[in-house]
Design a protein around this ligand. Structure first.
Ligand SMILES: [Zn+2]
Length: 281
């Protein structure tokens, strides 16, 4: 799933590509994609693109007083194409056709339709139930005291940092990088952090900013569907830790995994692989 740095580079590139673009027509071939019906998506026709931004992991595309709020879920992608999609293209979810022949397209890979969009009056975006429920942005980082309050929860750091209502923008890839940078165990509880550990975790959020900087220098006008993520520990089990050389370990869950350096994050302990222990039961 695109996380904060990947969505940030997408909206930055949209701002470059779509400046002054006028919508000719808009439609939503994804039958369940639009979660709003009034105004209809074709109300965008004739409007000018006025800017793209994001809140957490969610792209927001503005057309004057109408705003498209998007949830990419795991397989959605937002991109400008030079030509219009064939109506047979099963990946199309929302097509915004521009007067110059190009098309802003929300696509989704795989057979499931989970990505969604809402067309809202601009002033209603902040009050949208999902947007309003989001915690502070993970990047730029919130002030230390606000961050300390956000993570002061009796839950493991790995799910806690991915919980958008506590802090917005982090997902399964970047959480591993942030915890590695902070030298903290994914299974430490937020409420068990001492003030120095909270500071370390807060400081480690810079990996998100570093990723955005990396994308700025490596990604051209079009963001590829699979961003070249500069990950150092996530999904790198078996490889040496880039800092201390200890073998990176993994804990597997049914749909995701967490990677960590046992030397620096778990006091030398290799954590139980939950997938393996399930198989052995
Ligand atoms: Zn290490």
């Amino acid at each position: 799933m695109p996380e904060l740095p990947e969505v940030e580079i997408v909206v930055r590139r949209l701002n470059r590509a779509l400046e002054g673009a006028v919508v000719e027509s808009a439609l939503a071939p994804g039958m369940v994609t639009m979660k709003t019906f009034d105004p209809p998506v074709d109300a965008l026709a004739g409007r000018t693109f006025t800017g793209a931004r994001r809140r957490g992991k969610y792209p927001i595309v503005e057309f004057g007083d109408l705003t498209l709020l998007i949830h990419l879920m795991s397989a959605g992608r937002l991109r400008v194409f030079d030509k219009r999609a064939s109506l047979k293209d099963k990946a199309s979810r929302v097509l915004i056709r521009l007067g110059d022949g190009r098309e802003l397209r929300l696509r989704e890979f795989g057979t499931k339709q989970r990505a969604w969009a809402k067309l809202l009056p601009a002033e209603a975006v902040a009050e949208d139930e999902m947007v309003a429920s989001l915690g502070p942005e993970a990047w730029p980082p919130p002030p230390l005291d606000e961050f300390a309050a956000a993570v002061d929860k009796p839950r493991h750091l790995h799910p806690l940092l991915r919980h958008q209502k506590d802090i917005a923008g982090i997902g399964r890839s970047w959480v591993d990088e942030i915890l590695w940078e902070a030298r903290l165990s994914p299974f430490k509880k937020g409420s068990e952090l001492d003030p120095e550990e909270v500071e370390r975790l807060h400081a480690a959020l810079h990996v998100l900013g570093d990723a955005i900087d990396y994308y700025e220098t490596t990604i051209g006008p079009e963001v590829p569907d699979k961003a070249p993520m500069p990950l150092r520990v996530h999904k790198r089990e078996g490889e040496p830790c880039p800092r201390c050389g200890t073998t990176i370990e993994a804990v597997f869950f049914s749909e995701h995994q967490t990677n960590y350096c046992p030397q620096e994050q778990t006091g030398g302990r290799v954590l139980k692989d939950r997938r393996l222990s399930k198989l052995l039961k």
